[in-house]
Every structure is written in structure tokens, then in C-alpha cells.
Design a protein around this ligand. Structure first.
Ligand code: UDP
Length: 362
């Protein structure tokens, strides 16, 4: 009869060894190594690259996919030597094929800043609609669970404050942000239809303003814009009077919330963000203090459809996922500043917003 494992533990050590201290077992933090494969679209982007890091750390085999319009290989080049990471240069609005099994799909491919989606409006609409459709189809074939990245933009310029998941939003369907907002709203509707009609396991995260290392310097969003301006010695451009508010979440907190949501059993949309609200003017002043620069604040016209206030109600995430943000703005901005400071002079002065033209010429 095979010995029980407890018998082995109880077995006596040889007499000669009994007087010596028992060798101490080496303390090792055991990584859960498993073969589950996860597909992350938008892998070379800000959030996608952090998701790749997180899933690799959890022991998954990660397949990253990106068409590199707004993403950058620099965000994932540290992963290229790993055997548990693969990268596909592919546009998800075209048929998506991935050989082998998939346990999870995380759909994070999309331009995500107002100047991006104004410049590539049709691509933005397609990635949230056709791209999501392709990935939902892939999830069905692979019997995978899919989590799609939605956004606080589904609430538009909200009439309810703070925004909870039951609010339907106030969106201009043909406005300056409509290509992003409506493609994400369509994405939610399509994802929910796959859940109810096909019984697919789906998850939806509504992401509020998030910041941290690997944001693209020239993507026009307020954090990289102010950081770049401070580092180049330029004045900080405030749109409007700067009394519009945002609530900024540090990227590590967001990734933790997404990871927990994926593993939960809840198919409805869930807000993930940091409820701490700040006006853009106050935020600019905080950045001047942090960067110890004495530039001025200068005022530019407020872009149309720029939401006046935004703050997530995270009651649901707290209850469902036992999650809430841990990194406060001062600490998060310190880490983010360290990243932007580490960029080369050439990168700091890079004027090109993204490589769509290069991509389109191919
Ligand atoms: N903003 C600003 N100056 C800039 C860039 C942005 O005042 O150089 C403002 C922008 O008008 C908005 C807020 O900062 O009210 C956040 O803008 P962002 O593009 O980061 O995100 P979103 O508007 O999508 O929340």
C-alpha cells in the first residue's frame, strides 16, 4: 500500500543526523504556474501592457494583440524574451484567429483619448463594434470568458453625480466624443446580448480616468499633457476655466479591480475608478508643486462636449469585489512623474501623436 504523505513527514531522521539541527526548508513564494491562456487586445497600450504584466505575474500564458496604431512596442518589449508571452500584430476589426485554447479574453484595444478618436473616428467606432463582435465570436468558439473595457464616457456629460451603474447617461450621439462613447455603448449592448442570447460568460468594466507610467506623452489627455508641459518648461494649458472635475485612479488600483471583476460571477457593468474628485485647475497646481516648476497656467477654450464633472460611485465594486483604490493621488502622481522624467529628450519633444499615418501607408 502506498504510504500516506503524512507518514513521510513523520519518518524519523537517521540517528547520526538527529543531534544536528534539521535543515531549514527554503522559504519560497510559490508562483501559481498554470497553463491557462489569456488573450489581451490592446496589449501594447497603457492599460493593456499593465494587464499583460499582471496576468504573467499570476502565472498565465499571455497572448498580446495590438495593431500598434496608438500602442507602442516599448510598453511590452520587456516581455519579448519570455516563453509565456506571445505577441500578434493584428487589427481586431479583422477576423481574429488564435490557435489553441483560451481561458480568458480581455478586450482593451481602442484609441482612448479625445484627440485620437477625433483623428481616427471610424477606426474608433469599428474597434468597439466590429472588434468586439469578432472577440465575442472568438470567446464562444473557445468557450472563454470575456471581459470588455467600457468607460465612464457611456455616461456622457452626466446629469447625475456621482455616477452609478444604473444611470443611463447623457451622450451626444453625433458630438465630438460620439465615436468613442457610442462605440462603447454599442459594445456594452452587444456584450450583454451575447450573454443573454448565447449564455456567454461576459464581464464589463466601466473605467474612469486612470493614470500612471506608460501613458502616451502626446495623447492629449490631461496627465501626460501637464507632465510633458512641466518637463519641457512650457505653460500648462487649462481648457475652459478649469472648474470641470475628474477623479483620477492610479493604474495599479485599476488593474486590481479588473482582475477581481474577471474572476467574479457578475455580468453587469461595474464602475472601477477612484472617487476622489478634483478640479482641473487644482490638479494643474498640484502638478506644478510636484514638478517644482514655476510655469504659468494658461487658459484655452473648452472643447465641446467636455464633461463638466465626473466621479465614480464605486459602491458596487466595493461590495462585489471587496475592492477600493489604495494609492492616493499624491503617491500615484509621484510614481507617474518618475516615469515621465525617465523619458529621453527626444521622446519628450516628440510631436507626433501616434503612428496611424505610418500604419495606413502599409
Ligand atoms: N484638459 C486640460 N488641458 C489639457 C488637456 C486636458 O484642461 O491640456 C482637460 C480636459 O478638457 C478635460 C480634463 O482635462 O476636462 C480631462 O481630460 P482628458 O482628456 O484627460 O480626459 P477626459 O476628458 O476624457 O476625462
Amino acid at each position: 500500500m502506498a504510504k500516506k504523505s503524512t507518514d513521510r513527514i513523520k519518518a524519523r531522521r537517521p540517528v547520526a543526523a538527529r543531534n544536528k539541527p534539521a535543515p531549514r526548508a527554503k522559504l519560497r513564494l510559490v508562483k501559481p504556474v498554470h497553463k491557462d491562456r489569456v488573450l489581451i487586445t490592446g496589449a501594447a497600450g497603457f492599460l493593456g501592457s499593465h494587464l499583460c504584466d499582471r496576468f504573467l505575474k499570476e502565472g498565465f500564458h499571455v497572448i498580446g494583440m495590438d495593431n500598434l496604431i496608438t500602442g507602442s512596442l516599448k510598453n511590452i518589449e520587456h516581455l519579448f524574451k519570455r516563453e509565456d508571452f506571445e505577441f500578434y500584430h493584428h487589427d481586431v476589426t479583422k477576423f481574429v484567429h488564435v490557435p489553441g485554447d483560451l481561458r480568458y479574453i480581455l478586450h482593451f484595444a481602442s484609441p482612448a483619448s479625445p484627440i485620437d478618436y477625433e483623428k481616427i473616428p471610424i477606426q474608433t467606432l469599428k474597434v468597439g463594434s466590429l472588434g468586439t463582435h469578432n472577440l465575442l465570436g472568438l470567446a464562444r468558439v473557445k468557450k472563454a470568458r470575456i471581459l470588455v473595457a467600457s468607460t465612464s464616457e457611456v455616461y456622457g456629460d452626466p446629469k447625475v453625480h456621482p455616477q452609478d451603474e444604473s444611470y443611463w447617461g447623457h451622450v451626444n450621439p453625433i458630438g465630438k466624443r460620439s465615436m468613442y462613447d457610442e462605440s462603447k455603448r454599442f459594445q456594452e449592448a452587444l456584450t450583454m446580448a451575447y450573454h443573454t442570447y448565447h449564455g456567454l460568460e461576459t464581464r464589463m468594466v466601466r473605467i474612469f480616468n486612470t493614470y500612471g507610467p506608460r501613458m502616451r506623452l502626446n495623447d492629449g489627455r490631461v496627465v501626460p499633457a501637464f507632465m510633458g508641459q512641466a518637463l519641457r518648461g512650457e505653460d500648462l494649458t487649462i481648457f475652459g476655466k478649469g472648474d470641470q472635475t475628474r477623479s483620477f485612479c492610479y493604474v495599479d488600483d485599476l488593474i486590481e479591480g479588473i482582475y477581481r471583476l474577471l474572476l467574479s460571477d457578475y455580468a453587469g457593468p461595474v464602475n472601477i475608478g477612484n472617487p476622489k474628485e478634483v478640479t482641473i485647475k487644482q490638479f494643474a497646481q498640484e502638478i506644478l508643486k510636484l514638478t517644482r516648476t514655476d510655469q504659468k497656467l494658461i487658459y484655452k477654450p473648452l472643447p465641446s462636449d467636455d464633461p463638466m464633472q465626473r466621479q465614480p460611485d464605486i459602491t458596487l465594486a466595493k461590495k462585489l469585489l471587496k475592492w477600493q483604490p489604495k494609492v492616493d493621488r499624491a503617491e500615484g502622481m509621484k510614481r507617474t512623474y518618475a516615469y515621465f522624467k525617465s523619458l529621453s529628450k527626444a521622446e519628450l519633444n516628440e510631436k507626433e501623436h501616434f503612428s496611424f499615418e505610418k500604419y495606413a501607408r502599409k
